[in-house]
Design a protein around this ligand. Sequence first.
Ligand code: MLT
Length: 321
Amino acid sequence: MLRAMIAAVVLLAATTAMAQDYPAKPVVIVVPAAAGGPTDTLTRVLAASMTEPLKQQILIENMGGAGGTIAINKVAKARPDGYTLLLYHVGMATSPALYRKLPYDTLNDFDYIGQVADIPMTLIAKKATPAANFAEFLAYAKANKDKLTYANAGVGSASFLCGLLFMSTIQTNFTMVPYKGTAPAMNDLVGGQVDFMCDQTANTVPQIRSGNVRVYGATTKTRLASLPDVPTLDELGLKDFELVVWNGLYAPKGVQKPVLQKLVQALQSAVQAPAFRTRLAELGAEPVPPSKATPESLAQMLKSEVEKWTPIIRKSGVYAD
Ligand code: MLT
C-alpha cells in the first residue's frame, strides 16, 4: 500500500514537471491534406503565430488521402502529451456519415483546443473555359456534363462537399476527379487537365488575381472583401447556396489540463496577432474571435456540424468505403 502511494506521488510529480516544462521540444501539427493547399497554408500561418506564445518550434506534417481520415486516425492514436496536434476543417464532421468503418470516434477521441478561422470558397474553372460569366458557365456545363471533370480533394473534403452541394443544386452530375488535396488539383486545373473546382479562397485568390483560372462565384451570402467583383452564387440565383469552411485545432484525448491550457492560450494569442489577421485577410479568410478559439466552442461546432451533414450525406447515398 505504502509502495503504491509512493509510486503514485512520484508519477504525479513527474507528470506535473512535464506539464511545467511543456513544450520542451517541437510540437507537430498534422494536416490531413497535401502541402501548399488551403488547410496547409492556414496551418503554416497559425504555426508562425503560435510559436511565440508557446516559445517552441511548430512543425507541420502533411498526410492527405481518404478525406483526411488517415491523418485524423494518426492523431487519435497518438500519445496525448501535447506534442501531436491536428488542424482540420468541416471534413472532421462529414467523415462519420461517409465512412461506415471509421477507425476512431470523431466526437470522443479528441481533446478540443479551439476554432481557428473560417475560409469561404469560390467556383473556378480552367482559363480556356468558353464562358464569360456564371450563366454562360451553367449552360456550357449542362450541355457538356458527360465530358466535364470536377477536381476535388477526395470524399469528405471541403471541395468534395461543395461539388456535391453544387451538383444537387443544379441537378447535374459531373465526373469527380479526386486528389490528395486541392494544391495538386489546382496545378492540374491551371494546366487544363481538369475543368472546374470549388475551393477555398486561401488557395484560389492568388490564382484568380493572376488570371490563371476563371472565377464564376463565391459561396458566401455577401461578397468577399478580397474579391469584391465576384458575385455570390446566392445572388446569381442559387438561392441560399452557402459553404464557409470552418477549421479547428485538436489533440488526442487525455492531454493534461495544464498542457491543454497552454495550447488554448497560445491559440487565443495567435488568432489576435496582427500578422495572423493580416495574412488571413490577404487569403480571403476570416480569423475567429477569441470567444471561438476555445474548447467549448469547437466541441459545440463539431457536434452541430455532424448533426447537420449526416442527414444530407445519407440522403445523397454517397459512401466513401
Ligand atoms: C486542402 O487543403 O487541400 C483542402 O482543405 C482540401 C479540401 O478539403 O477541399
